[in-house]
Design a protein around this ligand. Structure first.
Ligand code: NAD
Length: 328
């Protein structure tokens, strides 16, 4: 393996950082490319080629794909519901990243190409009830994805399919369902529910506040996948050359209110819940049907939410204390 070089596009991000750590440990030579300055990357490794470049541009993608065997495309302008509902055009511009990376992969004779899609591709009509039927891969069509972000993902999935069919590039697409864990966004507006809830509970605990705000009525249901599971899954998807988009998500369902209670238990506090019904809250219910991933891989994400949330809470708590530390 050690003679292989791989590109992690979006390597300065949450999942890209964890994937890079895994690829290094497996002996790959890694090139990480991200648009952010390296001091804003979640994880930076000295033995990795770290490049700052905007992958919306073809020439940056050509340089990034030079002499690499595999491409992992995790680069996207994205965030939680608060970001994607209010930045649809920015989300859609990520189509340039995947399109130019695919073109460059062909030109530079890359062997395999992984694309990170999302459960946001699924038809909204299938996600109106909290009492969900888990989403099967076929539920993406007829198409009615999340506006902006989901359309970009669905279109990019399709591009991957046609690059496989027309040009023989080994494209593999996983539809991630909510990923959480340490070394990710936990404040600033792009964070997702698990990190946002940890931060709010930590803030209440540290300041003595008695209540926290929850977006929506809290009855919306979701499944959340710990980041170690997504990294294991990504590696399995590319090694097994799965040719169709397949769910990569936990099927442990919980309501947002249930998640808040779990975090309160971890923190050892009980708070009043102030529901903001006009805040972005996404679909009412979503879960991952894992029949197809088990058929392909005889494996599915299985890390328990409580175990992952304890680690995530601990990390965010440390980051919160660092940020709010009083100068001596
Ligand atoms: P992230 O925001 O932490 O990472 C994405 C990275 O891409 C960021 O570091 C960002 O700076 C970089 N990027 C954005 N535009 C770029 C550009 N023009 N050129 C180069 N780099 C650019 O997000 P993440 O949670 O690590 O997500 C990784 C991938 O997984 C994304 O494609 C995302 O859509 C997908 N995904 C994530 C989740 C989740 O719950 N985290 C769920 C579904 C899908």
């Amino acid at each position: 393996m050690s003679d292989k070089k791989v590109l992690v596009a979006g390597g300065g991000g949450f999942i890209g950082g964890h994937l890079t750590a895994q690829l290094r440990s497996e002996g790959f030579k890694v090139r990480c490319v991200d648009v952010k300055p390296t001091d804003q990357w979640y994880q930076v490794f000295d033995d990795v080629e770290n490049v700052v470049a905007d992958l919306k541009y073809l020439d940056a993608c050509q340089a990034a794909c030079e002499s690499v065997d595999d491409v992992y495309n995790l680069a996207a302008d994205m965030g939680g519901m608060g970001f994607i509902e209010n930045n649809k055009a920015l989300c859609m511009l990520s189509v340039l990243i995947n399109t130019h990376l695919l073109q460059s992969a062909i030109e530079k004779k890359v062997g395999r190409f992984f694309y990170a899609s999302s459960a946001c591709v699924y038809n909204g009509d299938k996600q109106v009830c909290e009492d969900v039927i888990p989403l099967k891969e076929e539920d993406a069509y007829p198409a009615l994805p999340e506006d902006g972000y989901g359309w970009e993902k669905l279109f990019s999935e399709r591009m991957c399919r046609h690059f496989r069919e027309d040009f023989g590039l080994h494209t593999t697409v996983a539809r991630f369902h909510n990923v959480y864990g340490p070394f990710g966004t936990w404040d600033g507006g792009r964070e997702k529910a698990p990190a946002a809830i940890c931060r709010k509970v930590i803030h209440a605990k540290e300041t003595g506040a008695k209540e926290i705000e929850i977006w929506g009525d809290g009855k919306q249901t979701r499944s959340f996948m710990y980041v170690d599971d997504v990294v294991t899954g990504i590696r399995k998807f590319i090694e097994n050359d799965i040719a169709e988009p397949v769910n990569l998500g936990s099927d442990e369902l919980i309501t947002i209110n249930g998640l808040v209670e779990m975090v309160e238990e971890i923190a050892g506090v009980k708070l009043e819940h102030n529901h903001n019904l006009s805040a972005p809250k996404g679909v009412n219910g979503r879960n991952s049907d894992n029949t197809l991933i088990k058929k392909y891989l005889n494996w599915a994400p299985g890390i328990k939410l409580r175990d992952g949330m304890e680690k995530t809470y601990e990390w965010i708590h440390g980051e919160y204390l660092k940020k709010h530390a009083q100068p001596a």
